[in-house]
Design a protein around this ligand. Structure first.
Ligand code: HEC
Length: 171
């Protein structure tokens, strides 16, 4: 867990750094290219491991706290955070999901520079809606953001690995 977190934060900072460089200098192609080298990143997690160990658990933090369940045995239960501490916890989950979107788009991990990166960015965007909703403790917006995250997961799986769809959310 600590290792995963470190990789995510690291990846996020490097991406941010290269963006700033590109913005500051009109001829930033050489430093940007250098920083984009895949060997700048620790990509030991293959896509399966990344999904199972990083992305899925962090998305679950959001989904486990959105909406409600109505169970024949246990009855109706609201899943939303109930106090400041729990809202902070889901906000942290949303922040990690924003960064997980960045980690998905890393050179060497991204399967192409086109649709893949668009989906990865869309994941971070949906996560940032969740981040804002959690900050405002807005249940409805938080639920909608969770649904949007889910639709990005599904859309990417549909495009890149249709086999996956039946696994996701089954835990
Ligand atoms: C940018 C594309 C992309 C996005 C976005 C994406 N995935 Fe995946 N996901 C994949 C690909 C490709 C695989 C297949 C990996 C493999 O088997 O090599 C996969 C596989 C998986 C698997 C199955 C892993 C296994 O053991 O076979 C799970 C679970 C999963 N993704 C969860 C998620 C969740 C949850 C989200 C959203 C929060 C998500 N994914 C978003 C591309 C994506």
């Amino acid at each position: 867990m600590t290792i995963n977190k470190r990789i995510l934060i690291h990846g996020g900072l490097i991406l941010l750094g290269s963006g700033v460089l590109a913005a500051c200098s009109p001829q930033a192609s050489s430093p940007t290219d250098t920083m984009a080298q895949a060997d700048r990143y620790d990509l030991q997690l293959d896509m399966k491991a990344y999904m199972n160990m990083v992305l899925d658990p962090v998305a679950d933090i959001l989904w486990d706290h959105a909406g409600w369940v109505d169970d024949v045995n246990t009855g109706y239960e609201e899943l939303y955070p109930r106090n400041d501490e729990e809202w902070l916890m889901v906000q942290q989950g949303a922040a990690q999901l924003i960064e997980a979107g960045n980690a998905l788009a890393l050179p060497g991990r991204a399967q192409d520079d086109d649709g893949w990166v668009t989906y990865a960015n869309a994941l971070s965007q949906a996560a940032s809606l969740a981040y804002r909703a959690a900050a405002e403790q807005n249940q409805e917006d938080f639920f909608q953001a969770g649904a949007q995250v889910y639709s990005v997961c599904s859309a990417c799986h549909q495009t890149y690995n249709p086999e996956v769809s039946r696994f996701v959310n089954s835990n």
